[in-house]
Ligand binder design. Structure first.
Ligand code: ATP
Length: 269
């Protein structure tokens, strides 16, 4: 359903994503795994159109979409649920959901809107009782559900999920992964960008490891889960540092550098 060919892009003068080839079919999950800064969000943003592609092609059911605006891509069936949820905290849950549909059809009738809200809330019943509350009142997990529900309001065929488990407790992470697996059963093609490699590969049909903007390994989810080199680097097994540990370390180092800007001159933190 979604095919990426030779995709490269970056920011300003720097190239971040290099010559990426990927595909994901109807009812499949493709997990993109890799450390902080590997380029996963850039790749996902290039697919949805919020980041301009430099070279390469993006095909949706064989039709090129690279030159379409982000909005036109949503209308064609590609929805992006961004990293960090990015719900509108001051707007109500219902208003956030309406915005997801507004992108597709600004003049959608209130009957159609209500039926779409009812449809997505079958998957996220927790949102039903909170419709009039500001989204900012929801917990992190509920906000993530709202962000996914907002994406589903467009009735996409391809769902791009960027780090949906970020910052959630283990119970909520398990809940989010269960939901993603259920969406696959519904027939969506899903690109799941995640640092939580173990759980994402466990539900994925295909996995791709992103390092420095390139796909360095790809295979079925089960294959990648079973590989000792992947386990050591990305699943926190053996001597290697897990991605989550590496990220926490990087965040701590950044915080220390902000407080003590000269502390690590000439040394390794
Ligand atoms: P994370 O999990 O932290 O989001 P990631 O794998 O999604 O990591 P990206 O966010 O795509 O990685 O970042 C890839 C590279 O692009 C990094 O070196 C990052 O610093 C750089 N980058 C990301 N966004 C920008 C931007 N807006 N301007 C310049 N460089 C950026």
């Amino acid at each position: 359903m979604l095919e990426i060919r030779g995709l490269s892009t970056g920011y300003g003068n720097s190239d971040v994503i290099h010559d990426i080839d990927l595909s994901v079919g109807k009812g499949e999950i493709l997990a993109l795994i890799g450390a902080n800064g590997a380029g996963k969000s850039t790749l996902v943003g290039a697919i949805s159109g919020i980041i301009a592609v430099r070279t390469g092609e993006i095909l949706l059911d064989g039709e090129p979409v690279r030159r379409l605006s982000p909005r036109a891509r949503v209308q064609k069936g590609i929805a992006h649920v961004p990293e960090g949820r990015q719900v509108f905290a001051g707007l109500s849950v219902a208003e956030n959901l309406r915005l997801g549909a507004y992108v597709v059809l600004p003049g959608m009738s209130s009957g159609e809107l209500s039926s779409r809200i009812a449809e997505v809330c079958e998957r996220f019943p927790i949102l039903l009782g909170r419709m009039d509350e500001p989204a900012g009142n929801l917990s992190g997990g509920q906000q993530q559900m709202l962000a996914i529900a907002r994406g589903l309001m467009a009735r996409p065929r391809v769902l791009l999920l960027d780090e949906p488990s970020l910052g959630l407790s283990p119970i909520l992470v398990a809940e989010i992964f269960r939901l993603v697996a259920a969406l696959k059963q519904q027939g969506l093609a899903i690109v799941l960008s995640e640092q939580n490699a173990r759980q994402s590969l466990a539900i994925a049909d295909h996995g791709a490891v992103v390092e420095n903007g390139r796909i360095v390994v790809s295979g079925s989810g089960a294959e990648l889960l079973g590989r000792s080199d992947i386990a050591e680097r990305y699943l926190g097994v053996g001597q290697g540092v897990g991605v989550a540990d590496a990220s926490r370390h990087a965040a701590l180092v950044a915080k220390l550098r902000a407080i003590f800007p000269d502390a690590d001159k000439g040394r390794t933190v």
